[in-house]
Design a binder for this molecule. Structure first.
Ligand code: KIV
Length: 272
């Protein structure tokens, strides 16, 4: 890939590390398609996550488990074409990296080669150590994901806050330290007590991005469809809605239908 001059201001994993050192918060949001990614990048978001939450918000599945590697490559390629500045991280989907580090490497390489993404994210700690090391050995930057890891939802059985108990909190801290030692450039902490997230952020050198992990982390991530109010059913405490686009879109579509039925659309100046 030729590094064009316009790439000079791109957010890189090194930029995120500098932001942590300077105490500058990192903003991260999800995108799965060209149009949304273009809006997020133009607004100045630092990191765009092509999350496997596409399985929920785009495909309408109940969990993130059904989405495939082919589908993630498709979403990531669409996002990549829109983005000039943000760092693009892509989730490795369920079943593409657990328990087999060779397959994990193949999956990560497919994402990087076929979409042009900048980094990958995977869920878990010590259980996926071999996969993490193998992917990193190929020069692919890896973001970890601990706490509530939606790909393990059938193991947890519930979406409640994780690591409230001392033993689970201890394991989370050990996993976070391990991921840093392996060479991960950042970790997402999902739905854990704010106090624990603060401790992890303080003890680790790499940037920690929280979702439902309180304010004392290095950055925040939300699912864009949730924070824009495109989805309406999902209402966890940590979610702040910045718009009610579902309502805006509903009203716009109703007005369009009305205009079509009333023969008000198209008007003379909308014709050739
Ligand atoms: O898939 C996703 O959107 C995520 C975020 C919730 C961090 O992993």
């Amino acid at each position: 890939m030729s590094v064009a001059k316009s790439d000079a201001k791109r957010v890189t994993t090194h930029v995120l590390q500098e932001m942590k050192l300077k105490g500058e918060k990192i903003s991260m949001l999800t995108a799965y398609d060209y149009s949304m990614a273009k809006i997020l990048d133009a607004a100045g978001v630092d990191v765009i996550l092509v999350g496997d939450s596409a399985s929920n918000v785009i495909a309408g599945h109940e969990t993130t488990l059904p989405i495939t590697l082919d589908q993630m490559v498709y979403h990531a390629s669409s996002v990549i074409r829109a983005v000039k500045r943000a760092l693009i991280v892509v989730d490795l989907p369920f079943g593409s990296y657990q328990g087999n580090s060779s397959e994990a490497l193949r999956s990560a390489i497919r994402i990087m080669k076929e979409s042009g993404a900048h980094a990958i994210k995977l869920e878990g700690g010590v259980e996926i150590k071999e996969s993490v090391l193998r992917i990193l050995s190929a020069g692919v930057p890896v973001m970890g994901h601990l706490g509530l890891t939606p790909q393990s939802i059938y193991k947890f059985g519930t979406y409640v806050v994780r690591a409230r108990e001392a033993a689970e909190a201890k394991k989370l801290m050990e996993d976070a330290t391990l991921l840093q030692e392996c060479g991960c450039f950042s970790i997402v902490l999902e739905k854990i007590p704010a106090k624990l997230a603060k401790q992890v952020t303080k003890e680790l050198d790499i940037p920690i991005i929280g979702i439902g992990a309180g304010p004392n982390v290095d950055g925040q991530v939300l699912v864009t469809h949730d924070m824009l109010g495109i989805t309406t059913e999902f209402q966890p405490r940590f979610l702040r809605r910045y718009a009610d686009l579902s309502d805006v879109m509903h009203k716009a579509v109703q007005k369009y239908i009305e205009d079509v039925k009333d023969k008000d659309f198209p008007a003379k100046d909308e014709c050739y």
